[in-house]
Design a protein around this ligand. Structure first.
Ligand code: PHE
Length: 473
């Protein structure tokens, strides 16, 4: 345990940084669409139940593993299992996962930055052109935007845990919240906005089936940044006597609140553009929605607020999502960086330079996988679908492996760390947690149904993604 390990300066610092990680593109765009397509209020209800009853205990397990061991994922696993090889490999999975997610998330953040730039410099009409996206992602401008995004992310990371990550979150998170509320208030004034609100809230329980349940749980898991090693790493920077259970509750509540509110932005905007929208027509992918559908909606606003007004709304929206993406990207890049600093005893600067340079190679490979290089564009085929290098990274690391990592963290707690030690860590700085209902619930759920559910989700996703068979509906 190193005495000089960096720390967040305060409990609020931890909460904002962890919430900054959790609030991402998934909340702002993925969640509202998933809710609208899958039963509105019924989905919201199921989602909230999953956050509270399944994700919160997993989040508490991850944060406490980090705080107790004072290590990033791989060393944390190694230390709790006393160097057991199998568990070291499990820890390695929690390290390679964020590394690869950081690669693809960088690509999307770069696109966001490009769209922000274009909207803010008067090019909203270009963004609304259906051919723009395809041309943009293969243009050389992407490299300029890549440099800008990397400069921002690495500037924050070079400034350290407290001076960079925490300070960045303290600036960006409140700003993000204000922008979100301002945009919501604005879209609610548009014609037909309330048709969208109705669609979002009115529960349709007939849409709920096992695959919707799977979607809700996966969405909640991603949204809370679980299974990515982030909560372990940020936990290792948390002060030892901070109240861990209530910090975790705050992070989960903030993330969920932002997702719910984002629905009040996206759904009214979609319905004001086309009151007869059938949400079945909406794209399943956040990427499709952000980069092709929403720009059309923003441009259409020019009839009521003029081109400049519409450009302003679009710029604000892209800035909002960009901030959300940057705080997530910072957190996920810090995982491998923290691990390298811990194992190789490198300085922050040296370690970040190595991580940054190596990630850049993979990021550029992704950029070339949208048609520029054949071998990367048609990288693999499974379940009858052709996948690019970029798609494969998303499928394997983002869509598949997260529940497995969450499961492994739970099993590590149960088999090696032991529940009494785990609860002792949670009780530090939180005397009320001892013997509370929450403690009893966390204890029971983690040794019974949570691991079982995570295993089922993992197996079902593998069957569906790679073999085209759905085991649970
Ligand atoms: N929680 C993030 C989101 O909702 C997921 C994420 C976190 C992705 C960190 C990348 C890095 O988008």
């Amino acid at each position: 345990m190193s005495a000089s390990r960096e720390q967040f300066g305060s409990r609020l610092g931890f909460i904002l940084a962890a919430a900054g990680s959790a609030v991402g593109i998934g909340n702002l765009v993925g969640f509202p669409v998933a809710a609208a397509k899958n039963g509105g209020g019924a989905f919201l209800f199921i989602y909230a139940v999953f956050v509270i009853f399944i994700c919160l205990p997993v989040m508490m397990a991850e944060i406490s593993i980090g705080r107790h061991t004072q290590h990033a994922p791989m060393n944390a696993f190694r230390s709790l299992s006393y160097g057991h090889r199998g568990w070291t490999f499990a820890g390695f999975l929690s390290l390679i996962t964020p590394y690869m997610i950081a690669v693809f998330y960088t690509v999307i953040t770069v696109w966001l930055f490009g769209y922000l730039w274009e909207a803010a410099t008067g090019g909203l009409a270009n963004l609304a052109d259906p051919n723009y996206f395809g041309a943009f992602i293969n243009s050389n401008d992407v490299f300029l935007h890549l440099i800008a995004v990397e400069a921002i992310v690495f500037f924050i990371l070079f400034s350290g845990v407290k001076g960079g990550i925490e300070r960045g979150a303290k600036i960006m998170m409140p700003t993000l919240f204000v922008m979100l509320i301002a945009l919501v208030l604005f879209v609610l004034t548009l014609d037909n906005a309330f048709a969208g609100v109705r669609y979002y809230f009115v529960p349709d329980f007939s849409k709920i089936n096992s695959s919707v349940i799977n979607t809700a749980l996966s969405q909640a898991f991603f949204s809370l940044s679980l299974g990515m090693g982030i909560m372990i790493t940020y936990g290792s920077y948390m002060q030892r006597d901070d109240d861990l259970p209530s910090s975790a509750k705050f992070v989960a509540a903030t993330d969920t609140l932002v997702a719910f509110i984002a629905g009040l932005l996206i759904m009214p905007a979609i319905f004001s553009f086309n009151p007869d929208t059938n949400t079945a027509d909406l794209s399943d992918s956040s990427v499709g929605l952000i980069f092709t559908f929403l720009p059309k909606i923003f441009l259409a606003m020019q009839t009521s607020i003029g081109y400049v007004g519409a450009s302003l709304v679009a710029s604000l929206f892209f800035l909002l999502v960009f901030f959300a993406a940057i705080t997530s990207l910072v957190s996920i890049t810090e995982v491998p960086n923290s691990a390298l600093m811990g194992s190789a005893k490198y300085s922050r600067t040296r370690s970040l330079s190595i991580i940054g340079a190596s990630m850049l190679v993979f990021t550029v490979l992704c950029v070339f996988s949208f048609g520029r290089i054949e071998g990367l564009t048609q990288f693999m085929t499974y379940a009858g679908v052709n996948k690019s290098f970029f798609d494969v990274i998303i499928d394997v690391f983002y869509d598949t492996i997260l529940p497995l990592n969450g499961l492994l963290a739970c099993l590590l707690v149960l088999t090696h760390w032991k529940r009494t030690n785990f609860h002792r860590e949670l009780e530090r700085g939180s005397p009320n947690y001892r013997n509370s209902w929450l403690e009893k619930y966390v204890d029971f759920s983690l040794r019974t149904f949570i691991p079982a559910i995570l295993l089922i989700i993992f197996i079902n996703t593998v069957a569906l993604k790679y073999f085209g068979v759905s085991l649970i509906g």
